[in-house]
Ligand binder design. Structure first.
Ligand code: GLY
Length: 360
């Protein structure tokens, strides 16, 4: 991170190529600009060193203009990881106003016809990933007393639960809707193996996102959905807890997708806090620790890989487009650090200076 900030200032990396962050590879979409700033906030939380805080403030400010960007579905990814963390340290109205505006922008994409938030791809498309972006909408609604906005976020969650989460707890990446009638047409995928298969990262977005929806609403069906997705993850993943890019792909290009595992670790730790049953809570926590133990081995952790600029190897961004396959990816780094800080807080019996999750 220090290298990125000092050698490539103001650069927003997405995935490495042969272990290097700076390259001319395509982005597909612009959803990662909060993850470096988010990691800088996490490093400040862990160390208390003001260099990390000043860098985090700088990278947060660099994305402020995106608060009105209604061309993507990802403002939660951008602002929850940065400005929401900043607000934890500096709870003042001007920072909160940016969060509220970003949340309102994200909510403004809601389509009455079909009751969903569309993906950046087109009006007829919704993604499972959008579950990670409803938190900031619920937050903006709560802070501004906008009940209609909260309703939109809740309706999107119900639509996603109904059409993108399957009976066995697996998830489709994309749902396609008739934009005139709002009718659901079919499931599809961009980053998974097949339309009817199970893209691992999408499932982890669902575990985390439905957990967050439950946290804001206390709607028990959201918790049940997060738990159903978590059960699918555990059942279909080897005992070490690191899945492939898609569980159903017979011959994956890489046996592991480490970023999905990192997101899962953090999502399972969140679920451990939310679970209504102590035995299950303990099981989720243990499972998250199993994942982290595996990711801390040198085939994933790049500590012993000279010249590798990322933290976590063996992540994949977009297998079909050949983008960031078997590389480090920015969101993998971010959620890995978040999960590690959560784990440290647990191991030190709540001794962490601040919660690892924004607003926690
Ligand atoms: N676009 C979100 C993801 O690649 O997971």
């Amino acid at each position: 991170m220090r290298h990125l900030v000092t050698v490539h200032p103001d650069y927003f990396p997405m995935y490495t190529v042969a272990g290097k962050w700076k390259h001319g590879g395509e982005a597909w979409t612009n959803w990662c600009e909060g993850f470096l700033g988010g990691q800088l906030w996490l490093m400040f939380a862990y160390t208390g060193d003001l260099w990390w805080r000043d860098s985090a403030v700088h990278y947060s400010r660099l994305i402020e203009h995106r608060k009105t960007d209604d061309s993507v579905h990802d403002l939660g990814f951008l602002f929850w990881s940065t400005w929401r963390r900043w607000y934890d340290y500096a709870p003042n109205d001007s920072i909160n106003a940016v969060l509220i505006e970003a949340g309102k922008t994200a909510g403004s994409r809601f389509r009455e016809n079909g009751q969903y938030l569309p993906s950046f791809v087109s009006a007829e498309s919704s993604f499972i990933d959008i579950m990670m972006n409803v938190g900031i909408i619920f937050y903006a609604a709560e802070q501004s007393g906008d009940a209609a906005l909260a309703q939109s976020a809740a309706r999107h969650c119900h639509t996603t639960r109904r059409y993108l989460v399957r009976g066995d707890g697996s998830t489709a990446h994309e749902g396609l809707f008739n934009t005139d009638t709002g009718d659901f047409l079919r499931a599809s995928t961009h980053q998974g193996w097949r339309d009817d298969s199970s893209w691992a990262r999408g499932l982890t977005w669902a575990i985390y996102g439905f957990g967050t929806a439950y946290q804001f609403t206390r709607g028990i069906r959201f918790l049940q959905t997060a738990e159903a997705c978590a059960a699918y993850y555990i059942k279909h993943t080897a005992t070490h807890g690191v899945p492939p890019n898609d569980w159903l792909e017979p011959d994956p290009a890489d046996p592991f997708e480490s970023s999905a595992a990192a997101i899962a670790a953090s999502a399972f730790l969140q679920l451990a806090e939310l679970a209504t049953d102590a035995v299950r809570a303990r099981m989720y926590q243990q499972y998250a620790f199993t994942i982290l133990d595996r990711l801390l081995q040198p085939d994933f952790l790049a500590l012993e890989t000279p010249q590798w600029e990322g933290i976590l190897k063996q992540g994949t961004y977009h297998q079909r487009l050949g983008l960031g396959v078997n590389e480090s990816v920015m969101w993998g780094e971010y959620f890995f650090l978040e999960a590690l800080l959560s784990a440290l807080n647990i191991l030190t019996d709540g001794g962490g200076a601040v919660s690892a999750r924004p607003g926690g």
